[in-house]
Design a protein around this ligand. Structure first.
Ligand SMILES: [Zn+2]
Ligand SMILES: [Zn+2]
Length: 468
């Protein structure tokens, strides 16, 4: 109670204004009904700029901010998560050779027309999200004020488009315009090169400039690395899939299998525990990840290399209730196949961006893991897939037609950012979500590449860059 009293928008605002030390900031913050015009010129900041091809494409440079206009929000970065999907973009490493290899499309850009601009020719701040403090807002911004601590979400939530209004704000239409041609320059390098941000978001810099649709106010005094973890795209996806109910609601006492225990999977394990699942089976080839899974809520941990072709049957056997007798509450589906299958399966394996320096899984494309995830789902169960894979999925046709498996896909596990991210922060506040066990490589801005290498080679669970 006393904590609530001290943690107010006003107190956060005062702290930030004092840090910024500007009368203009205070004056702007006092505008209750409309935001004053914000023009922040010539602010210099450090940013990791990615450009060109191959290793060495990302370098730390100084850039000069352009004026903040319209619905733009300037956020001083406190922390940002090092998402595995950006390993190729940041480190310039090539994916291991695989059959039918395809470049993974950017989230939300699946049906985008060809771009006139080539992303590798542009100077781009990578990252897609982070947490920080609002330093300035454009004149049209209504959602946040200067001084607010915010999450810059990996996915937008406008609240007004058709998809938002029908309950699928994870697929908000603002996602449709994040290709190379859609990006707007937010800064310039010393030689005049315009600087852009991945998906209008960025994160691997001292500041982020985002449109307000991506910005979610949060109220917490937890350390930046932990808030950055729970608000990062991976934890948001894992908690979204299991606790947001945007796709499906996990029921108490149900069985949940989580295929892949990186930061998404380990967040899903925790979400399943929070949702009240009684059997939580974590599957990952890396022993250290299986151990963390057991520490944060899994009841079983399986190694797909050790289980081999028997993995699916093993999950079915672990999810069968004490009797398979008909009329007695048995869960075995009448002898059609052994065991029951998990009521809910969260797939979070994905393809290898580079060959891991930890234990490798059975298939670097992620296709096999996704097929297994479908087959270990109970008849009548639900499958949520989140991994970026290389290749196409082949499924048993009749199981696909008559198996009763409901497949859910979406952005960020179906998370609705404005509704769900503050709830995820509350899980952190009340110690229901363990961020520290996931953020095992916390590096300052200057050591970003070191942290990203650990993420790339899977020698850590995941990484967080802190910048303030
Ligand atoms: Zn991500
Ligand atoms: Zn929308």
């Amino acid at each position: 109670m006393s904590k609530k009293r001290t943690l107010s928008r006003r107190s956060l605002l005062r702290a930030s204004a004092a840090a910024a030390g500007g009368a203009a900031v205070l004056a702007q913050a006092g505008t209750a009904l409309g935001q004053a015009p914000a023009v922040v010129t010539q602010r210099r900041f450090k940013a990791w700029i990615s450009r060109g091809e191959g290793p060495g494409r990302t370098t730390l440079q100084e850039a000069t901010l352009r004026p903040i206009t319209g619905r733009q929000v300037l956020v001083r970065t406190e922390a940002t998560n090092l998402c595995y999907t950006l390993v190729p973009a940041v480190l310039g490493l090539a994916a291991p050779a695989a059959p039918a290899a395809q470049a993974a499309p950017a989230p939300g850009a699946l049906a985008a027309p060809p771009s006139r601009r080539r992303i590798n020719d542009m100077a781009v701040i990578q990252g897609h999200g982070g947490v920080g403090v609002v330093e300035a807002v454009g004149p049209d911004v209504r959602r946040v004020q200067v001084g607010d601590r915010v999450c810059v979400s990996g996915t937008p939530h406008c609240g007004a488009c058709y998809r938002c209004l029908r309950g699928r704000s994870d697929m908000c239409q603002f996602l449709s315009a994040i290709g190379p041609d859609d990006l707007v320059a937010i800064a310039d390098l010393a030689d005049g090169t315009p600087v852009y941000e991945n998906s209008h978001i960025g994160g691997l810099a001292e500041v982020m400039v985002a449109f307000e649709e991506w910005v979610v106010p949060i109220f917490t005094t937890k350390p930046a690395a932990e808030v950055g973890m729970v608000c990062g795209c991976t934890s948001v996806a894992g908690l979204g899939a299991t606790t947001a109910h945007g796709l499906v609601a996990i029921e108490p006492a149900s069985s949940v299998a989580v295929v892949g225990c990186g930061p998404i999977g380990l967040s899903a394990v925790q979400g399943a525990r929070i949702a009240g699942a009684s059997t939580i089976i974590a599957i990952d080839p890396i022993a250290a990840r299986r151990k963390v899974a057991l520490d944060v809520g899994a009841t079983h941990a399986l190694d797909p290399n050790a289980e081999g072709d028997g993995l699916v049957d093993r999950v079915r056997s672990l999810t069968t209730w004490p009797t398979d007798r008909l009329w007695a509450g048995g869960r075995n589906p009448g002898g059609r196949r052994p065991g029951s299958g998990a009521d809910f399966v969260i797939e979070a394996a994905g393809a290898d961006a580079v060959t891991p320096r930890a234990e490798r899984g059975p298939d670097s494309t992620g296709v096999f893991a996704m097929q297994q995830a479908y087959r270990m789902t109970a008849l009548g169960g639900h499958l949520i897939t989140t991994g970026l894979i290389r290749g196409d999925i082949v499924l048993p046709g009749n199981l696909f037609s008559f198996g009763g498996v409901t497949h859910h896909s979406g952005q960020a596990g179906g998370c609705s950012p404005m509704r769900d991210i503050p709830r995820f922060v509350e899980l952190l506040e009340k110690n229901q979500f363990d961020a520290r066990s996931l953020a095992t490589a916390v590096v300052p801005l200057e050591r970003l590449l070191e942290g990203y290498e650990q993420v790339a080679y899977r020698t850590t669970i995941t990484g967080i860059m802190t910048a303030a």
